[in-house]
Design a protein. Structure first.
Length: 117
């Protein structure tokens, strides 16, 4: 992980209110730490966060929707905890360092087969 683990331990919810986003590593890190995520439905975030399961997705640049999502999870800590748990499972299953290395290795092996039959 690229960030201090203690930062995540002090959070109840992780927010990623981006206007545009590729694939957010900090969002994956927060999920791996068991935090429910509230993120903008933009770019790769919609592929990382499963709306209603691992967190909540809101429209980008919509402060009202963001505030409502925050209040939803703050008022329902059991739901937030369940989302955090599901996010942890998802982060480890689909975004682990080991899986990333395996995908990169497979990519290079495939490229090598195309170059050298």
């Amino acid at each position: 992980m690229t960030h201090d683990v203690h930062l995540y331990q002090d959070l109840d919810i992780y927010l990623q209110p981006s206007l545009s986003e590729g694939s957010s590593m900090t969002t994956v890190e927060a999920m791996a730490m068991g935090l429910p995520v509230i993120a903008s439905r933009t770019g790769g975030l919609a592929e990382v966060v499963i709306d209603g399961e691992t967190g909540l997705l809101v429209p980008p640049n919509d402060p009202q929707a963001l505030a409502e999502a925050i209040l939803t999870l703050l008022h329902d800590p059991q739901r937030a905890q369940a989302m955090g748990h599901q996010g942890q499972i998802r982060a480890r299953a689909f975004f682990s360092g080991r899986l990333y290395i395996e995908k990169i290795a497979a990519f290079y092996q495939d490229m090598a087969r195309q170059i050298v039959p």
